[in-house]
Structures are given as structure tokens and as C-alpha cells.
Ligand binder design. Sequence first.
Ligand SMILES: Cc1cc2nc3c(=O)[nH]c(=O)nc-3n(C[C@H](O)[C@H](O)[C@H](O)COP(=O)(O)OP(=O)(O)OC[C@H]3O[C@@H](n4cnc5c(N)ncnc54)[C@H](O)[C@@H]3O)c2cc1C
Length: 367
Amino acid sequence: MTDIGLARVGSVDALADTIRHAAAHDAPLRLVGSGTWLHGGSPFDGRSRLSLRALAGVVHYEPGDLVVTAYAGTTLAELDAITRAHGQMLAIAPYGSPESTLGAVVATGTHAPLAFGDLQVRDLVLGLASVTGTGEHIRAGGRVVKNVAGFDLVRLQVGAWGTLGAITEVTLRLHAVPDVDRVVVGTSTRPAATLLAALVENRAPIPMLVVRTPGSERQIWARISGNPARAAALEAHLAQLGVAALHPVTDVRPLHVVPDGARILRVRAPRAHAAALLDALEARYPHATLAWDPVRGTARVILPADLTHGVLDGDAEAQALSTQCGGTTVAVAIDQGRATVRRRTPLEQRVKHALDPRDILNRLGTP
Ligand SMILES: Cc1cc2nc3c(=O)[nH]c(=O)nc-3n(C[C@H](O)[C@H](O)[C@H](O)COP(=O)(O)OP(=O)(O)OC[C@H]3O[C@@H](n4cnc5c(N)ncnc54)[C@H](O)[C@@H]3O)c2cc1C
């Protein structure tokens, strides 16, 4: 079957018609937002792509409620321009570009570094609408925080990578833009194990990352936000934890930059073993950029393309790292550069079949 290129839809009805037509002709669709991360996640059948970028704009926005509903093709930058005019913001700045679309950020359950209040996208989605693989338009959740009655279909779609529905609309919780909101970077004079233990135990409400770029010492990146008194107190607390030479950084893009062809691993281990994990990661991937999150105990590992480690197998990497960490459990997910498809569990297959019986939406397989 030839690649029919990129089709575009500008309305929910047109999307539903396109999906029904694809189902009737067994022509799987690759859903596209801004197309900045089609190489992320699992390999999908990419022969016919369907762009939802034109399905954009705000549907409903009540600044007084700190809630906004927007179409899935709206970009983070477009949303930010509208909400910031009311002194409000989305608490997360996901990895990737501000051109990322809301539908994709929700579908990928995107991780965001140094998120305000350590929130992640799944904490901010109050409701969504999507079109299933049979062309049915469904709604889940609502416009208020406590709105879930019955199955929480919102959570089902967050991180489903578009395999359970093409997201058309998203309702998000917003936050007021704080008086002070800056990122600071420092280093530590304390022994690594002591510092990491301190960050795990008494990090207070400071979103943080321990970052190591090849050839440089570990740095502690932290997000300081609130009123001036709170900001000063948080920076004093950082100093107590042993973080020194604190200085503000205006450009956090270095946290987002991923060289072309690079692979991204997400490595998780119990936080009590943080020091062993970071040592093991630095030994196993000396040329990688690492960012370890003390809240979740996860490390993002960016492996440059030219220093290939061959075909990466997450389980084999997890086993090797576990051995280097003295046998503690380590889990490895490949967020970018995955060559193999993970088999769905029987329950996942039944859920997929219920919402997309012809496996039309983001069919797993060779790109
Ligand atoms: C260089 C780079 C690094 C990144 N690193 C990470 C990372 O480490 N961790 C992480 O979690 N995220 C990461 N992201 C992802 C990012 O934050 C966003 O998820 C993504 O960029 C979305 O932008 P997009 O609109 O271009 O999506 P696209 O690239 O168009 O789509 C991304 C995925 O979402 C699906 N999709 C798009 N729109 C919809 C929709 N309306 N309904 C259902 N499915 C849809 C697509 O099929 C595709 O699988 C990275 C992105 C980039 C560009």
C-alpha cells in the first residue's frame, strides 16, 4: 500500500467520517499533531497520516475558574499566549517544543521537567473528548475538579498514545502565574549519597532535577516560585540541603534539547538507591545526558546517536543496571528510539478492541 501522505481535518465531524472510512477500508491512520515527536514511543504504522493541527482554538475559558477547554490541535504556545494575558498558565512545560499540541501532550502523557508544584499532565486534565476507531464521539470528565462519575475514561486516554481514540478536545486546570518564577542551578559540596538522600527526604516543595552532561559535574536544577518571601525561604532551604553557587538561568531549553537520532531512556529505581543508580548510569552511559527527578526516582537518559549502543533492549538494560546497583529493581522504558513493539496484555487487547475494533488508530508496527 502506498503512503497517501498527510490528510488534514478541521472539524470533529470530518475526523469521524475519515475514521469511519479508514475502518471500512482497513487503512490504519497515524494521528499527527505538530509532528515534532512522531519518532517518540513505540513504532507505529505510519503509511497514512492524519493531521489534527487545524482542529485548534479555545472552546471555553473561564479565568475565574482557572479552567480552559481547547481543541486538541491547539499548541502550548497558542494556549500560553491566551492564558498568560489573564495571569494564568499551564503548570507544565513538557519536553519538546512549544509547538507541541495539547492532544499529543495528553496522548503521550508527556513528562515535564521542573513542573510547577511537581505536577504532571495527568494531574491537570479534567476532561477530554475523543473519536473512537468506530467514529463514535465520546466525552469523559468535565470542567470541574471533582467530576469523575463511573469509569475514569480521562485517565485511560492520558498516555494511550492515540491508540484508544483521536483526542479532539482537552479541559485543563490552570494555575496563577506566581510573582516569582525562576529556575536556579547550583552544585553540591556534599558527598553524593548524602546530598541525594537529603533531596529525597527534605526537598520541600521545590521541583528539582540532578543533571549531568558529559564531562561536567552534577548540577542541581530547581524551580523557585511564589511570592518574594517564599522564594527567599526556598533558596535558603536549598543552601541548607547543601546546594551551593546557586545562580538563576533564563534558558531552560538545554533540558529540552535532544540531538537528532538520539535515544531517550526513562530509568526508575527505588529512591533509596539513588546514589547507586546515578553511579551506574554514569558508568554505563558515559556520553549520555542524565536528568534525575528526586520526586519520582526516575532518570531521563539521552544517548547521542553516534554513540550507538546497538539495538536497545529495555529489559537487558534494566538487568545490567540492576546488577550494577547491587541487585535493586530497576525499570527501563525507551521513550525515543524504540525499535521493537511491546506486546499488549490480554486486558489491554480487550480495551483496545472495545474502542478501536479494526485497530485503525495508531496501529503498532513498522513505521
Ligand atoms: C525532542 C523531543 C523530546 C521529547 N522528549 C520527551 C520525553 O522525554 N518524554 C515525554 O514524555 N515526551 C517527550 N516529548 C514529547 C512532547 O512533549 C510532546 O508529547 C510532543 O512533542 C507533542 O507534540 P506534537 O504535537 O508535535 O506531537 P506529534 O509528534 O504530532 O505526536 C506525538 C504523538 O501523539 C499522538 N497524537 C498527536 N495528536 C493526537 C491526538 N489529537 N489524539 C491522540 N493522539 C495524538 C501521535 O500519534 C504521536 O504518537 C519530546 C518531544 C520532543 C520533540
